[in-house]
Design a protein around this ligand. Structure first.
Ligand code: NAP
Length: 284
């Protein structure tokens, strides 16, 4: 389906999250609708878990809602309410995008694409080499999948060891992926060609500080942090001070959002416009 230009009615896409107040998605998607002269708007809906079923029913039976982005805490729970789920969302065990086709809701996941596209912008895009991933939550699943497809050997470290073990198990057979505990973390990080933080540590409002002990960084590898508030994060500030290539979470946010926008509207997303809107929203 392609959204008609200057249609009679204002169509909308929404965010389903809890809390939803600090989301950058309305600014990013509204800038895209505006730049393409589409009569669309993006709204953030603050939906607590007990309101998820009703919100999805409203989306399914609407004639003006194109679809939704899904964020914490609904990325896994939402699957039970959808008529269809793409193979990639099923593989990652999480839905971050819903597209309404008539009265059917289809769940997708654009995080893997978003992270791969972001990495392609990094001064040192991944290929064969060593990657260390900190964290084993929903975002880590997309990151590990992207790094494995780029040919990296991936080592995963997480506070909750069992969660990291489950993630590693899920990707067994898809490339070189292993769990590393605290004792091997220092050597793994120092030798890493790419280090990716997927934990919430250092995020505004999250656990403070850096996810790594002070002074521990790759010797020469690139450092990516999925967090984008504050800028830079404590981890990226340390990496920049050490002269390492770095990237924060804005690039991934924009590319996953662009893929969602394209799925809702059928139009090529104006990535530079979306990025500028995010940068403006994050400016001090
Ligand atoms: P999640 O599923 O809740 O996972 C959170 C991760 O953070 C887990 O690995 C958790 O470890 C770890 N963690 C939390 N508190 C910690 C602490 N005090 N010490 C050490 N580790 C801790 O969340 P998610 O969806 O994967 O998102 C993770 C981060 O990525 C968030 O900051 C999110 O904003 C960001 N993200 C960014 C983008 C983007 O487009 N830039 C996209 C997706 C996510 P345990 O398992 O031990 O609890």
């Amino acid at each position: 389906m392609t959204l008609p230009l200057r249609s009679e009615r204002v169509t909308r896409a929404v965010l389903l999250a809890h809390p939803a107040g600090h989301s950058l998605s309305p600014a990013m998607h509204d800038a895209a609708f505006e730049a393409l002269e589409l009569d669309g708007r993006f709204e953030a809906w603050d939906v607590p878990p007990e309101g998820l079923a009703a919100a999805l029913e409203r989306l399914r039976t609407s004639t003006v809602l194109l679809g939704a982005n899904v964020s914490l805490p609904h990325k896994e729970a939402v699957a039970g309410f959808l008529g269809e789920i793409t193979p990639i969302a099923r593989r990652l065990g999480a839905v971050n995008t819903i597209v309404r086709h008539g009265r059917t809701l289809k769940g997708d996941n654009t995080d893997l694409h978003g992270f791969s596209a972001a990495l392609a912008e990094l001064g040192r895009p991944p290929g064969p080499g060593r990657a260390v991933v900190l964290g084993a939550g929903g975002a880590a699943r997309a990151v590990v999948a992207a790094l494995l497809s780029a040919g990296c050997a991936v080592q995963v470290h997480n506070r909750d060891r069992a969660r990291a073990a489950a993630l590693v198990e899920a990707y067994r057979g898809e490339g070189s992926v292993e769990l590393i505990d605290g004792r091997r973390l220092q050597q793994a990080v120092e030798r890493a060609d790419w280090l990716v933080n997927t934990t919430t540590v250092g995020m505004h409002g999250g656990p403070p500080g850096s996810p790594l002990p002070a002074g521990l960084l790759p010797s020469t590898g690139a450092v990516v942090d999925l967090v984008y508030r504050p800028r830079p994060t404590p981890l990226l500030a340390a990496a920049q001070a050490a002269g390492l290539p770095t990237q924060d979470g804005v690039a991934m946010l924009v590319h996953q959002g662009a893929a969602s926008f394209q799925a809702w509207t059928g139009h090529q997303a104006p990535i530079a416009v979306m990025r500028a809107a995010v940068e403006r929203s994050l400016a001090p």
